[in-house]
Design a binder for this molecule. Structure first.
Ligand SMILES: [Zn+2]
Length: 447
């Protein structure tokens, strides 16, 4: 399975060209000529004897006062699960992803294929701020399923952006583009273009912050201006550090309580200062202990990277050249250096071994779901199984965990067959068993 797309005029192109400096302009021209054509581009997937069609989506954004048109490809409404697991347009069956933790209607697919989400709190300033992490009820006794979430938290939104932008998947061709922030921003911007949060098109309030992104600062400033006083901005970027600072006061004024400053990688070029209440630190330490610990280390010593999503009121400084973002919601996510999310150090080791072996895989994300009966840690996408091959890393041996692991084993044995999935019990063996082999076909199609 590959990322090749065939256009109505017979030309072929690869989705990856969208983020390839040399081919991005050609790719945009190909999409522009297909936009509005009643014949649609197709990927290489076949369902019901037919190749699957794709939609060309037009994004209009303001850039230095000009209207700029950009195009991107999206799956057709309600067709995501028909694509093969290795196809970039594949949508994980909601029953096997953290999306199943939401009540019906929290993520709703619109007739045009965009997703309307119900987020906890909202993006309008007069609404309460989005919850960083949905309220976590106590785990019910006797293994009963926890009630589903009626709203998406900021963490859920970050997972949705990551998944829709394809950043939770990895193939060897990603190696170069994941280290270049403009490609990551492009993927996230495309994802945001497909999301409506309440009444807001997420694109209107969404910006990223990153290193060596020549266009990033003015795109951010444009969005910040649009948000004005009435709407919160949603910022995503890698975190360099979160520090305490003492707000300055005029002479003779009483001191103000200390606050936190969220420092994104590359933020220096954005004229942006992100400030958060001091209590946010305690909450982040509790909800994201691994990320919080890592942020206390020297950036050069960090095994993982930390991504933050921030919802904030945004204000230009008095001089008008800078912005202050008053964060009222922050959530963190741990990722490998390749930006694929990881939930534990054991997972990180497995992920790095998969990358070293040149494998293609995806990390299903948890969203706000607490407890997943069947939610693999990774899915290999280049094996002979077109559904993908589930991978489980068992990292604890307490009773509850063992019971859940047994439940998972039973499920995988029944659905994928005893040899159709992979697992490593990290509490028993220091090294993992060999990975299921890549199929020759999958290996060729990525060439
Ligand atoms: Zn496909």
């Amino acid at each position: 399975m590959s990322d090749w797309v065939t256009f109505p005029d017979g030309r072929r192109g690869r989705l990856g060209w969208a983020w390839d400096a040399e081919r991005a302009a050609l790719w945009q021209r190909m999409l522009a000529s297909a936009h509005g054509d009643p014949r649609r581009p197709i990927c290489d997937c076949v369902a019901g004897g037919r190749r699957l069609e794709l939609a060309v989506r037009e994004l209009i954004r303001r850039d230095d006062g000009r209207q700029v048109r950009r195009y991107c490809l999206a799956r057709m409404p309600h067709g995501g699960t028909l694509h093969q697991a290795g196809c970039p347009f594949h949508e994980t069956d909601a029953r096997r992803s953290g999306r199943s933790g939401y009540q019906q209607g929290v993520i709703r697919e619109l007739p045009d294929g965009r997703l309307r989400i119900a987020i906890a709190g909202g993006l309008e300033v007069r609404q309460p701020a989005p919850e960083p992490v949905a309220a976590q009820g106590a785990e019910p006794a006797n293994g009963a399923a926890r009630p589903r979430q009626a709203r998406m938290s900021l963490l859920g939104l970050l997972h949705l952006l990551w998944e829709e932008g394809g950043l939770n998947a990895w193939s060897p061709e990603d190696r170069r583009r994941r280290t270049w922030w403009p490609t990551v921003r492009g993927a996230l911007d495309d994802a945001a273009a497909g999301i409506i949060a309440g009444r807001e098109a997420l694109s209107d309030v969404f910006a990223t912050v990153g290193y060596r992104d020549a266009d990033g600062p003015h795109l951010f400033a444009e969005v910040a201006q649009q948000c004005g006083q009435s709407r919160r901005i949603v910022l995503v970027g890698l975190v360099n550090q979160i520090t305490r600072y003492q707000p300055q006061v005029a002479d003779g004024q009483p001191p103000r309580p200390p606050r936190l400053r969220v420092v994104f990688d590359g933020v220096r070029n954005y004229g942006l200062y992100v400030s958060a209440p001091i209590e946010a630190g305690r909450r982040l330490a509790r909800s994201f202990p691994w990320a919080w610990r890592v942020l206390g280390q020297d950036p050069r010593d960090r095994a993982i990277r930390v991504v933050a999503v921030v919802a904030a009121r945004i204000q230009p400084t008095r001089s008008g050249t800078h912005f202050t973002a008053w964060a009222d919601g922050i959530a963190l996510m741990e990722t490998a250096p390749s930006l694929v999310p990881v939930a534990s150090f054991h997972e990180l080791r497995v992920l790095q071994a998969l990358q070293h072996e040149g494998r293609r895989f995806r990390k299903p994300l948890r969203y706000d779901a607490e407890r997943q009966v069947v939610h693999p840690d990774f899915e290999l996408l280049d094996t002979i199984d077109p559904r993908g091959t589930p991978m489980e890393v068992f990292g604890r041996d307490d009773e509850d965990y063992a019971a859940r692991a047994a439940e998972k084993q039973q499920y995988y044995d029944a659905v994928y067959g005893i040899r159709g999935w992979w697992s490593w019990d990290a509490t028993q063996a220091d090294h993992w068993p060999p990975f299921p082999p890549a199929s020759q076909l999958a290996a060729r199609s990525t060439k």
